[in-house]
Design a protein around this ligand. Structure first.
Ligand SMILES: [Mn+2]
Length: 322
């Protein structure tokens, strides 16, 4: 992975930075943002971290997570470099327009837009956190324990803690360095996988009851639904659903796991995960969404029966196209 010289130079030259990541942030967005912020601070830069949704409860353990602000200081932004992380447009950041000195996009999602003055997109990188790890090294900042926990968590979340196909030798080498820098992998795993609230567990149980297995040609899909009512009944919230989609993938015969989460009455965020060669980014792009081969998503409004039918048809077409 080659860090663009332009970005290194820009960081050395400029003084004011705002780091922003996507709405509904998970470990990669937050960990990458916080690690970069900590590194920039060591370089005596003035840096703010923005996320419109803030830090979900389960990520409170990330060192310096209290740096994340949910409000944007627009006056200050005018003289700042805006670094957009783990996404590549303003809509994903939850902003309509910005006035700033320069926009740098650092992301590992395939993209078609040309938003930003400097774009560093690595679709092959398993996590934005791995790109930031390389950037921090390029900046010649020594990675301390605080940065390391953030980076390790970012990489762990996007590789299913080193279980997915994106777990490359480079990922494992970076992880080893981060453990050397003070990360306790057992502790991070416990925070990520064994720290659920009772409400979250209840929502999980209700989600499992909705799972349907659908056969389309030689593709088996598990489709789950989470409605606004289910959130109300269990007291859980949207951030609690992170990772739920990976559970139906445990079924050996399942190729695609899909989850429809109701975001407002009758409108759904569809998440898709697949195993092996089954490319769900093609299916998502059919609905105006996007993502990677094995993880993608889109938004859709309508009756849940109809939106499920639409998905099944799209899976059917993508099978036929192969
Ligand atoms: Mn990511």
């Amino acid at each position: 992975m080659k860090v663009p010289e332009e970005i290194v130079e820009l960081i050395r030259r400029e003084q004011y930075f705002t780091i922003a990541s996507h709405i509904n942030p998970e470990g990669d967005a937050l960990g990458a943002s916080l690690a970069l912020a900590l590194a920039l601070r060591l370089l005596h830069k003035d840096v703010r971290v923005f996320n419109s949704d803030g830090v979900p409860y389960m990520y409170n353990f990330l060192p310096s997570s209290d740096l994340v602000e949910t409000g944007m200081d627009r006056e200050r932004l005018k003289n700042s470099v805006l670094i957009v992380l783990d996404c590549n447009d303003l809509e994903r950041v939850g902003l309509k327009d910005v006035e700033c000195k320069k926009i740098v996009v650092i992301d590992h999602h395939q993209t078609v837009t040309d938003f930003g003055h400097i774009r560093w997109i690595e679709p092959e990188s398993p996590a934005a956190g791995l790109m930031i790890y390389n950037l921090i090294r390029e900046l010649e900042v020594e990675i301390n324990r605080e940065m390391a926990v953030n980076l390790y968590t970012a990489i762990a979340v996007d590789t299913g803690t080193f279980r997915y196909e994106n777990t490359t030798p480079e990922v494992l080498r970076a992880a080893a360095e981060l453990v050397d820098a003070g990360v306790n992998p057992g502790e991070v795993s416990q925070r990520l996988y064994e720290s659920w609230s009772v409400n979250k567990f209840r929502l999980f149980v209700s989600m499992l009851k909705t799972v349907e297995i659908v056969h389309t040609g030689n593709i088996n899909s598990a489709i789950a639904t989470i409605t606004l009512d289910m959130f109300k009944e269990t007291g859980a919230d949207a951030s609690d659903t992170e990772n739920f989609i990976n559970f139906p993938r445990m079924i050996e015969s399942v190729d695609i796991s899909a989850m429809f989460r109701e975001v407002e009455s009758g409108c759904w965020k569809a998440s898709l995960r697949s195993k092996g060669n089954c490319d769900v980014s093609l299916i998502a792009s059919h609905f105006g969404g996007g993502g990677h081969k094995n993880a993608a998503g889109y938004k859709v409004c309508g009756d849940i029966g109809d939106v499920k039918k639409g998905l099944i048809e799209a899976i059917h077409d993508s099978v036929a196209a192969r």
